[in-house]
Design a protein around this ligand. Structure first.
Ligand code: PXG
Length: 296
């Protein structure tokens, strides 16, 4: 064992600080109200994967909640890369968070003078490899995806209670992920992953307007569909479409491309990873290992 613990270096409002000193005020509205936005980003093989796409979504999320990011895009990109360098990492996970900042106890964001920005780069514990062959057991859950008229699910905000409640319900069923429906009963997404349905060689995924986050991994699937020769289109999907699918998979920065082998007690297709999903997994892994913005 190491004789001393090496702390992560955290980017916090323009400086790098050791993890025990990386502290945010109890008056920060990110904490008091979940008022802020974030990104989860991966880096593989010394390169940050799909960084520009994550920056696009970050600035769009901030714009949608009228949060003016005090760093421009070039400075933000450099802050992300420098956080990886400061920690000497080549593979891992980046959490980039921008909160409304420190305010008073009222929710009025006008009282917050300066957004708080922090960036964590760390190694992560991946899903066990067996999930990628055996697939996940998932459940649809009673908690509906929040209506776009209430808070757009396209905004990657710090308000995750909707997803967390769905996750808790899945946990109660012993599921490894939960599928959320929207208020019309159509499939929206999983709690931190987008969903894909394969039927007769064609691939379908819920519309963003059905309550799915515009996942960066989801977006990539449209390119991989062309590469693998499968038609992919957006559709209104019901639980029935899931039950009778030939294959299902979920996508997300953390989960990558992961098969789903059981939904609400129904075995899906072969009950393990299917041939089309295998092609998407292989194409995805090739991209992660061979593309991205170099860190060093
Ligand atoms: N839907 C929701 C609600 C999400 O939060 C995705 C889909 C997938 O999007 P990306 O851009 O990652 O392909 C997310 C991802 C994690 C993690 O560790 C991911 C998210 C949130 C918290 C943790 O994978 N969001």
């Amino acid at each position: 064992m190491a004789l001393f613990m090496q702390h992560l270096k955290i980017y916090l409002d323009g400086a790098f600080v050791a993890e025990p000193d990386a502290k945010v005020s109890v008056f920060d509205h990110g904490l008091l109200y979940g008022d802020g936005v974030f990104e989860g980003i991966r880096f593989y093989n010394g390169r940050v994967f799909l960084l520009e796409e994550h920056l696009d979504r970050l600035y769009d999320s901030a714009k949608a909640i009228l949060l003016t990011v005090p760093l421009d895009r070039d400075a933000m990109r450099e802050a992300v890369l420098e956080t990886c360098r400061q920690n000497g990492l080549r593979d891992g996970y980046i959490r980039l968070v921008i909160t409304r900042g420190k305010g008073d106890l009222g929710l009025n964001p006008n009282k917050c003078s300066k957004p708080t920005i922090f960036i964590i780069a760390a190694s992560i514990e991946l899903y066990p490899e067996k999930y990628y062959t055996e697939g996940l057991r998932v459940n649809t859950v009673p908690t509906q995806r929040i209506s776009p008229a209430a808070l757009s699910p396209a905004i990657k905000s710090l308000n995750y209670l909707n997803n967390i409640l769905a996750k808790i319900e899945g946990n109660l069923y012993g599921a490894q992920e939960s599928i959320m429906l929207n208020q019309q009963g159509y499939v929206a997404e999983c709690t931190a992953d987008n969903l894909f349905v394969i039927k007769k060689g064609k691939v379908f995924t819920p519309h963003i307007s059905d309550g799915a986050l515009g996942g960066i991994t989801r977006r990539l699937m449209f390119d991989l569909a062309v590469e693998t020769g499968h038609e992919l289109r957006e559709a209104n999907l019901t639980r029935y479409d899931l039950f009778v699918a030939d294959e299902l998979f979920a996508t997300g920065t953390g989960a990558e491309v992961v098969p789903i082998s059981e939904v609400d007690g129904r075995k899906i297709g072969p009950g393990r990873v299917g041939p089309v999903t295998e092609k998407f997994i292989a194409a995805f892994r090739h991209k992660t290992q061979n593309t991205g913005v170099p860190i060093y």
